[in-house]
Design a protein around this ligand. Structure first.
Ligand code: CDT
Length: 324
């Protein structure tokens, strides 16, 4: 038996600051319809898919940027996406900035099913960048200023399988995938906005594509799950964003990949039963994992070089303060 889910990775090109929500939603609707024509059950849009990546700018009063946030989902401008999903019978994943009734700001993603109903919501856990204005940079990365961190990695049922989400920087952390994997995740949806230029260490700029593939592929393989990584790509307000949106099989192999840095859909038929090839063999967690020796993973955040090792090397035992 196989459980087939046809998934579209719906990369978008850049969204400029002056682009209106209705204009952006029109672009997303075009990709959703293209996905329907291609037989998709689910179309995956990127992180912060409704707006430009506004954390690249500093404003003294954060509330000045509240207009980039959605206070309801669906709201007036996003309702057409929900209506079209229900009309076509095609679900979607959407990343957006969320302002909750309690006044919390999150970098959020939802999954909507083919009836237009929200079936999953995730708020980004690993917020990258910095919280303070750093004028020496060509552009800021102020997610730690504009967003509150999410509360954890959950999974939910959809299309006959176990689904999970992570957002952009989460994909660089093995803990994200493993938290999903430990809950049986078979299909992880991950939107991203990745600037090519990394100001603290520009030697990494040329490696952005490699690191993207490395993380998504390893996360898929080491947890026996399909992973869909979807970019907002191209030159956005003078900042180059990585493309290379792709669908990764539980083997870690890429089965579909975008070629442009514009609005582009690539599609793959994902057999969720292929996950068992890995989950029940090499990565049979229940049989092989040794949580009793993994205490440091939840017991500490930073590096702690054991005192005897640090002494032998003639240095301190705590990690340094680097740029981010
Ligand atoms: N959006 C996002 O999370 N971007 C980060 C940039 C890291 S550099 C500050 C990423 O991991 O791609």
């Amino acid at each position: 038996m196989s459980r087939l889910v046809t998934v579209g990775a719906a990369q978008t090109g850049p969204i400029q600051r002056d682009d209106t929500r209705p204009d952006v939603v029109e672009r997303l609707l075009a990709l959703l319809r293209e996905g329907a024509d291609a037989g998709c059950d689910l179309v995956v849009f990127p992180e912060l898919a409704l707006t430009t990546f506004f954390p690249r700018w500093w404003v003294d009063d954060r509330a000045e940027f509240d207009h980039f946030f959605e206070t309801e989902m669906p709201g007036r401008d996003t309702q057409p996406l929900f209506d079209e999903a229900a009309r076509l019978g095609v679900g979607f994943h959407l990343g957006y900035a969320e302002l909750t009734p309690e006044g919390r700001h999150h970098n959020t993603a939802i999954v909507v099913d083919g009836t237009g109903t929200i079936i999953g919501r995730y708020r980004k856990v690993h917020l990258p960048g910095h919280h303070d204005h750093q004028p020496w940079r060509a552009f800021q990365h102020l997610e730690r200023y504009y967003f509150d961190p999410g509360e954890g990695f959950g999974v939910f049922a959809g299309w006959g399988g176990v689904l999970g989400m992570a957002i952009c920087n989460d994909r660089r952390w093995p803990e994200s995938y493993r938290m999903l994997g430990l809950q049986g995740c078979e299909l992880a949806l991950i939107g991203y906005n990745t600037p090519i230029h990394y100001a603290p260490d520009p030697s990494q700029d040329a490696l952005q594509g490699f690191h993207n593939r490395l993380c998504l592929s390893s996360g898929a393989y080491q947890n026996g799950m399909w992973v869909v990584g979807v970019a907002k790509a191209g030159e956005e307000e003078g900042c180059d964003l990585l493309g290379e949106s792709a669908i990764y099989a539980p083997s870690g192999e890429v089965v579909a990949c975008c070629e442009t840095v514009g609005d582009e859909l690539v599609v793959a038929e994902c057999d969720l039963d292929r996950c068992a090839d890995f989950k029940d063999t090499l990565f049979d967690f229940g049989y092989y994992r040794r949580p009793e020796v993994y205490g440091a993973i939840t017991g500490q955040a930073g590096v702690e070089v054991p005192a005897d090792v640090a002494a032998a090397l003639g240095r301190g035992g705590v990690d340094g303060e680097g740029e981010r």
